[in-house]
Design a protein around this ligand. Structure first.
Ligand code: HPA
Length: 234
């Protein structure tokens, strides 16, 4: 048990999928895992452990934003020895060729700041995905025929942004989408020698204003979960 995770030491698998939403953790575990068992419900941040094609996997909610994800990822890494951490979440599309329902596999995650920024002082550290996971996820997405984009994303601290000029610079520099967690996950994985990847479904689009209808969210989210599971165990 840690401060924020009530699981017994052996209850967390070495592979952990991290959706922001704890209810999505439950849905994904019930839909894709065999023998899924609730292992954490501290603060309602549900976590489940089961198997996928015989491989042990935990699906643990991260909450929204980098400070929340940082708490769970730190405890999973330092106190439960998670080796592979894959964020599965949603993002806002930022390029005209990126559409709602598409999947983005994040090669890098740009930030203004993150919970880890303080340790880098004047250096702008470049949070980067683990290449083997990234390559495996791209292959799994191709096999499934999912429309997928691979490149840089922006991990923001705010959902309700007040700086349209910043979004403009991100778009100008080819950033595919905006979310709120991946950069800290990549930074923690780098620090502790673990594997990390963020796979994101485009749920809304900053330029077109299009948003994924609620009834489509489950199916689209499911594609992403399967890509993550295939990548983790390939
Ligand atoms: N901004 C930040 N995070 C998000 C968004 C967004 O537009 N959509 C989904 N996650």
């Amino acid at each position: 048990m840690t401060i924020h995770i009530g699981a017994a030491p052996g209850d967390i698998a070495e592979t952990v999928l991290m959706p922001g939403d704890p209810y999505r953790a439950r849905w994904a575990a019930e839909t894709f895992l065999d023998d899924a068992k609730l292992v954490n419900e501290v603060r309602g941040m549900l976590g489940f452990t089961g198997t996928y094609k015989g491989n042990r996997v935990t699906i643990q909610g991260s909450g929204m934003g980098m400070p929340s994800l940082s708490i769970y990822a730190n405890e999973l890494i330092s106190q439960y020895s998670a080796q592979t951490l894959i964020r599965i979440g949603s993002c806002g599309g930022m390029q005209p060729h990126v559409s709602v329902r598409d999947v983005i596999i994040a090669m890098s995650a740009t930030t203004i700041t993150s919970p880890s920024s303080g340790i880098f002082r004047e250096v702008n550290f470049a949070p980067t995905a683990s290449y083997d996971l990234l390559a495996a996820a791209v292959a799994a997405a191709k096999t499934r025929g999912t429309t997928t984009h691979v490149g840089g994303i922006y991990s923001s601290d705010v959902f309700y942004a007040e700086r349209p000029d910043l979004d403009e610079q991100m778009v100008r520099h080819g950033i595919l989408g905006v979310e709120m967690e991946a950069a800290e996950l990549y930074t923690l994985a780098a620090r502790h020698g673990r594997r990390a990847l963020a796979i994101l479904t485009v749920s809304d689009h900053l330029q077109t204003g299009e948003a994924l209808p609620a009834e489509d969210r489950e199916q689209t989210f499911g594609d992403m979960v399967e890509i993550a599971l295939e990548a983790a165990f390939s």
